[in-house]
Every structure is written in C-alpha cells, then in structure tokens.
Write a new protein. Sequence first.
Length: 742
Amino acid sequence: MGSLPSSSEGRDAFALLHPAVQRWVYEQGWPELRPIQAKSIPAILNREGDTIIAAATAGGKTEAAFLPVVSAIAEETKPGFKALYVSPLKALINDQWRRLDGLCERVEIPVHKWHGDVSASAKQKARSKPSGIVLITPESLEAMLVRRSMEIPKLFGDLRYVVVDEFHAFIGSERGVQLVSLLNRLEALTGRRVPRVGLSATLGDMRAAAAHLRPDDPEGVVVVATEGGGQDLRIKVMAYVPEPVPDGAPSAPSVTERITKELFKLRGAHNLVFGGSRNNVELYADRLRAQCEGMSLPNEFFPHHGSLSRDIREEVEQRLRDGQMPTTVVCTTTLELGIDIGAVETVAQIGPPRSIASLRQRLGRSGRRPGQPAILRIHVPEDGVDAGDHPFDRLRTDVFQAVAAVRLLVERWYEPPERRALHLSTLLHQALALIAQRGGASARWLYSSLCGPGPFEGVTPQLFAALLRAMGDPSRALIEQGPDGLLMLGREGERLVDHYGFFAVFETQEEYRIAHAGRVLGTVPVDTPLAPDSYVVFAGRRWRVLGVDNPARLITVEPAGAGKPPSFGGGDGGGMHDRLVAEMRAVYEDGKALGVLNPTGIDLFNQGRQAYQDLGLSHTGILAAGDRVLLLPWVGAKKLETLSLALKMRGFKTLRFEIGVEVNDALPTQVVKALHDIALGTPPDPMALAAMVSNKATYKFDGFLTEELLCADFASRWLEPESVKEVAAKLVGASQSGSLLK
DNA sequence: GACCTGCTGCGGTCTG
C-alpha cells in the first residue's frame, strides 16, 4: 500500500484504525491524515472517557470523530445501536448521512437518519433491527424517550459513543440544557456511562465547554484541538452616514444605496453577506438583483433565511455547492452552521457583529483553500446627527461595537458557556417528560434524576418542591399525586405531553404561508399580516398580494414591479456578552482601532471618542439626565439584557442598551432600587425584583411558573450561584417546603 | 429595532 500518513503521529493513529476503515482512507486519496484526526484517533480509541474535538471549520472534524468511532464498532454484532450522533439541524443530518455513507458501507455498518422528515416506516425498520449509527435531533431523541421508553434498553443497551455535532450551538441555550438532560436520561435508562464526543469550531473556554459536555466530571474530558493559525485574515470595517444635502440640491444616495453599490462589487465570485435581519436580507437581495437586471446582467444575488421555504433555500445551497456560476447569498444565521456549501471568497456583514463566536463561524466560510486569505468586510450604517444632539447619540456605538468585535476576534476570544442559570422552564419540561417516560415517579426520584450533577444542579430541594407544587396546583393541573405519593401527569400535563409540539423546548410563532402559483415561497408571522393589494418583497423578488385566506393561513401573490420587505416580527433584543461591552469601553478609552476603518469610520470614531469624553462616563451607577435615566453599560450587557426585558414588561417604550439604557418614563421606586442594586453588582431585593418581573413569560414553559419561581429564574440569569440560592430561598419561603419531597 | 432550531401517532384513503 502507499505511504499515506507521513508524520509519525499520523502513522501511529492510522495503525489504530480498523483495516476496513484504513482501506477507505486510502481510497479517498488523501495525502495524509489531518492533524486533528491524528490526535483524535488515539484520544477516542485508547481510552473510555469523553472528548472535545475543536478545529477550524473544514478541518475534517466529522472524520476525526467517525474514523475512530466506526473502527471501534466495526466488529460489533450484538443487536442495538452502537453510536448516536446528535445534530442541531435536520439539514446537517442529511449532509452527514451522505458523507458517512461511503465509509460505513465499506465497514458494512448501517447509518440511520432519524428526524421529523424521515418516514415512520424507515424508523420502524431501524427499530426492528437496531444496529450501526443513528443520526438524530434532540427533539426526536426526546420523542423516543417519552414515547418508546420501554424499547430504549433494547435499542441503546449496547451504545458505545455519543457524538454531538456543532457542540457550541448547544451551549448557553435552553435547547443545550435539554440535550444534556436527555443524554443523562439515556444513560440512566441503559445503565451505561457512554463516552461523549463534542465537535466544534469555536469554543473559547474549553474547560467550560467540558463542564457542559460532562457536568459531573469536566476534568475527565480530553480536549483535542489544533491551531487554526497560519490563515491570513483581511478585515475592513466600513462606516456610512447619510450625506448632508444642501437646500435645492438633488438628494444624495442613501446609506442603503451606497452599501448596495459596495456589495455589487462582489459580482463574479462566491460570497456570503450576513444581513443581520431577515428584513435586511430581503432588502439587499432585492436591490442587488434589481441592479443586475438594470444593467442587463444575469442575477447573482440570492436571499437565504429561516422564513424561506425549504426548497428555495436548498436551491441556493445547491448553487453555492456546485460552484459553476458566481453566487452571492445574502443570509441570516442560516448559513452559519456546518451545512455544506463549499468555500466562499468574501464574507460581508451588515451592521456590527453581536457575537464573536458567530463572527468566527462566519469567517470560517472564507479562505478555505491553502494560501487563500479569509476576507471579512463589515459595513456599518450609522445615523446622521446634528451638533446639538445628545452625546448619547454621538457615541457611534455601532462603529465601536464593530471595532471591539474585530479586536476580540483577533485575540481569539469567544463567548463562553453560561451554566449558572436555573433553567426552570426547561426543568419543568424535563420533569413532565420524565414522568411521562416512566408513567409515574416519586418526587425524590425525580429530584435525584434531574437535579444531580448536571444542567439543573443549582436547583435546591426546596426550590424543586416549590416547582412541583406549582405544577400540581389545580389551576395548572400539570401533575397530580396518587395516594402512594407517586406523581403522575395531570389533565393539562397529559394534554401537553400528548401533542407533538411538546418535544421542543423553544417557542415558535404562528405563521402564514406565502405562495405564488401553487408554490410556497415561505412564511410570515401571523401578527404582521399583509393586506390584499399591498406590495411586498419576498424571496428576493417583488410581489402584489392577491388575497389572504385567514382560516387557511395562506397569502397568495403575483409578480409585481414594486414592494418592500414584510415585517418578520420583533426579536429578543440585546444578547451581547459582557466582554464585548467591556471591550467597547476599552476601545473608547485607548482609542486603538487596529487601522481597519475607512475614512468615514475614522471620522465617526473620533466623534464617538469626543462624545464619550463629554459624558465623563467613568463610574458605575445610574445617571439621571433630565427626563432620561441612563444605566451605565459597564455593569455588563447580560444584566442589561435582563433589565431591558424587565423594563419592556413594565411597558417602558424607549430603551437603549447598546451602551446604556435610557428610559423616558418615571420609574417606580422599587424598580429604581432594583436597578441600583444591579448596577452596583449586588443582589437586588427579591420584592423589588418581583415588581420588575410581573408575570410575563420569555421561555416556553414560563407560563406555568409562579411569580416567585419566575423571579428566582430571572435573577439566576445574572447573579452569582450563592446569591441565586439566597434570593430563591427568600422568594420561595423555606417554611412551605417539604410536603412533596418525602 | 435579532437570529436560528424542532415535531408523534393515528385513522383515513389511495395505489400497486
């Protein structure tokens, strides 16, 4: 055979693989094993523990996990699935299924897709003769555990590995908490501790990621990483302001028109433009297509976002993958994860990045061939301001945010996971799922199953008892207690669990479909319907609304010559990490912009620095300026996000928290007190917090929580763990505890 | 004035 693996590390790793896997590797014609693969193979095959594989996008991570995993299970003949692969996206499962097919065929191991688009008959077939590898979503795994718990020991009793793809996508979210809880439940059902392998490109804090992967033994997780270095980065931040127009002069091109002109220069290659919102995606995709048509050129610009129909999105992905015709896709985060689209030349971003991890992920789409630089252009629109405007409006926070994000990117800092929140909405969901899975359970057993070392470890027995009491309250009727003390599903609990919508822990809004000539183009939210005869831009084209069928939730359209993007509904707001805000402050303080700014950007940068000095924002606390209240940003954006949520719940309209929070209303005393406490970094008085929260929901099952539980959960998102328990204990009241936890 | 993700079981009808 050839002299494939050239390094000694590569040779040693290669020798560990199963002969059939070795043959497959030869057949691929690879010059050698990638460094990440050479490292991961012994890490997985020579030990029993958990592993995190971190390498740049397109670094061969999938094979780094599956060459050893397939080798380990190649000779297994006992019935049962041997490896479970969990992915955040169905599209990624379909991609990986295609990719694994050849390798697994060589070794004669079946690979099963298992998600909502897979037919019941295919699942039935896999279930009747379980073997090989299952590729699944968290929701489908939840459904399997709840609906088929009796079969789990037979299906997974001999499971050898769990592989989690795009692991970063599961960190710091409700869905990630659910996933880890699911893996714990799976191990409990099978009585085996199964090695976990997490794959990711952008993990900043490996120890924290390890703690998320295996909460009760983070030290035992081996991190296999390769340097992403050596890649040449070319980054430019371009700022835009409206040009002043003298009276009587023809109007100057708008900021949007100038950014469009800049993006149009990307013609002739493969590029991605991250628009920041579906609205922007539609706006720019339409303008760019119109510009092509105006110049009688073939269109190269296409939109891609979550409200477009699957077939429209797949058409665009296919066009990128083919690489035959030059293509620029204007998209949201939909093209950020690992769906196979090939390499692109330039990555552009409209507006400042909100997350460094996501910026890194986006950049990973560019410069994937050796010797080719990764190119990033950040286009930052800013408003025009007058000299007399308030300094808040002259801070140019978007420019500073973009510069701060680039500084952190160069520093290789990424948002770390946050583990300290209580996640009571998800805990409630998991308690229901576990009761349904077992048919009934004691409170003590539930507590030890869910709140041991794991994503709910911050929940005390008292708090859990309060949660169960809330669930058992006749007004909610989620659970009830039998005479033997066993907890069972109540009337409402049955109804929830029986509906298929139960399996996902995230909320989704109701939508209308938009269709032309029988083809569904995509969806818009029900609360922002389109009127008949209005003009709309959708899927990158212009349409006239023919009719709206309310009962069918269907909007029909015909081609038109005008239109503007529909409203896709509001987002969650905020979401910046404290570190990014701190870096913004550092940029204001030290004035170092890395030389990445265009001339307009430099002007705005100087203007922002001046405004910053004018304000004299150097201490922590709340500034009252006239009828405005400014919360200094340096308390941390995470806290501000929470605060802004609370303030919105109280009906305040004018909020700014990019760098400060302004409130143009008089604040109730209790809320001011809580704001003060938060600004000073001390735990707020629980009653003041309660006054802020009222009884509004953010997560899917918040609506079933009492005000006290909601407050405890709310506080947990930014307080230190000790303070969380303190505040929660005060809220819940230790005196009531104990009745359910016998 | 942000983004994204996911979905079972059953009963009915039709096709090969």
